[in-house]
Design a protein around this ligand. Structure first.
Ligand code: ATP
Ligand code: MG
Length: 431
């Protein structure tokens, strides 16, 4: 172990475990003590050695001793550090790494279509220099795949220069503090900065970074309206607001099934905040999924793609099933006149645990009526138990989650469920 390694270990312990980062002065005392310097020989700009010795050092050794659980001073620093059971602290240090994703090694980046979406995202990030870009859409619609492909394009473009591209997955539900600790440590290694939003913005201003938060829906509450934070995660709202509003040269890219309210209100064509609502694949690229998996009878494919609204994950699962049970013949499957839910169940379960009670009530009702309905008809059914304004809020939330379809007819919207969701609610979903 050398002085920098030792310093880095202590720094990490202080920031992660005790939220008390070491100051640059304290770090310098540790570094020079490690080199075996007496206080009188220490050279620290702006501080006399007497001041360091009497006012700073004693408190510093006390703090380190407390953190490590052994008495540490200038003289025994090296011995203690070499003999410490670091594995005891390592879980604390290691767990922080679990949500950093090495996107360069991402597999399964097969992508059909999405040229327009990729072009839009590139324009927003490079030309329009947006500070925050969000990609929203149903589970399995292709948010992560699109983002991975975007990064590969950006990384292979010689003209694009980011100081760093960092991908963090929120799958494991990190609190804002642990996420900031990780992120700031990646942006400014070994500087032991406080994991604050202010420090993050400072670095976003200093250099041009592209930072990805994937699977952001995990910080939102289940069984609630879309975009409501889980308890203890509300401070993410501040982060999104400040990244959107402060001056800096970086971009935060989010993928999420639900979009935070702070972001929805800031989105606009001339705003540095943009939202891409990802829809299903168009017919031609969706056909590539079937073609690639050896399905036959292409004349029937379009029907199937429409039925599943071009959701690539659903189409992939469907293709596997048709291959295994119908020898790849789509016509044979369609002749059965059934909507296959099978493994798509997981995908829908993932969406449905997120819904509030009122959202479920409305969806349940929609699943059991025959025709799409307008707003007035819908209100007639639910009033007076549920007020109009509540119905509006719930509808808005469901549209935001892409669970309800709205079609314009005679100048008004008609609301309905897509066939797969209708079947899921009727046959599989138990309230
Ligand atoms: N454009 C595409 N062409 C081919 N396959 C795709 C495309 N987009 C997504 N897929 C496939 O669909 C599946 C789901 O994609 P992905 O994981 O990107 O969805 P997601 O929106 O991130 O889902 P979740 O909300 O569950 O995170 C993956 O198997 C992926 O390979
Ligand atoms: Mg994803």
């Amino acid at each position: 172990m050398n002085s920098e390694e030792a310093l880095s270990l202590v720094c990490k312990l202080f920031t992660t475990k005790y939220e008390m980062p070491l100051t640059p002065l304290e770090q310098e005392i540790i570094r020079q003590s490690w080199e075996g310097r007496e206080y009188k020989d220490m050279q620290i700009a702006g501080y006399s050695s007497a001041y360091v010795k009497t006012n700073i050092a004693p408190e510093l050794w006390k703090k380190i001793s407390k953190v490590l659980g052994v008495t540490v001073g200038k003289k025994n620093l090296r011995v203690v550090f070499h003999n410490l059971p670091w594995e005891k602290f390592s879980t604390k240090l290691e767990t922080r790494k679990e949500f950093v994703h090495n996107w360069q090694n991402m597999s399964d980046l097969e992508i059909f279509g999405r040229d327009q979406e990729l072009a839009t995202l590139q324009k927003w990030i490079l030309q329009d220099e947006c500070r925050l870009v969000a990609i929203s859409g149903m589970a399995g619609i292709g948010k992560t795949t699109l983002t991975g492909n975007l990064l590969q394009r950006l990384a292979s473009n010689q003209e694009v220069r980011f100081a760093n591209i960092i991908w963090l997955s929120l799958e494991n539900e990190p609190t804002l503090e642990s996420l900031l600790t990780e992120l700031i440590d990646l942006l400014a290694p070994q500087q032991c900065l406080v994991p604050s939003i202010g420090n993050l913005i400072y670095h976003l201003r200093l250099h041009r970074y592209l930072i990805i938060f994937d699977a952001v829906e995990n910080i939102f509450a289940k069984a609630s309206l879309a975009g409501k934070y889980r308890q203890g995660y509300e401070s993410y709202g501040n982060l999104f607001k400040q990244v959107s509003k402060s001056q800096h040269q970086s971009c935060l890219l989010l993928t999420s099934i639900e979009i935070p309210r702070e972001i929805s209100v800031l989105v606009g064509n001339n705003s540095p905040v943009r939202l891409l609502k990802l829809q299903g694949l168009a017919i031609q690229p969706a056909k590539e999924i079937f073609r690639n998996r050896g399905l036959t009878e292409e004349g029937n494919w379009e029907n199937m793609i429409n039925l599943y609204r071009g959701n690539p994950l659903a189409l992939k699962m469907l293709a596997i099933m048709i291959w295994e049970l119908f020898n790849g013949k789509v016509g044979n499957f369609l002749a059965e006149n059934t909507i296959f839910i099978g493994q798509i169940l997981d995908l829908l379960d993932k969406q449905f645990v997120r819904l509030s009670n009122l959202e479920l009530q409305l969806i349940y009702w929609l699943a059991n009526i025959k025709e799409p309905v307008n707003f007035t008809y819908l209100c007639l059914h639910f009033e007076p138990n549920i007020s109009k304004s509540e119905i509006i809020t719930v509808l808005e939330s469901l549209v935001m989650r892409s669970l309800i379809e709205k079609n314009l007819e005679n100048d008004e919207f008609l609301f309905s469920l897509q066939p797969v969701i209708q079947k899921y609610v009727r046959n599989y979903y138990t309230k």
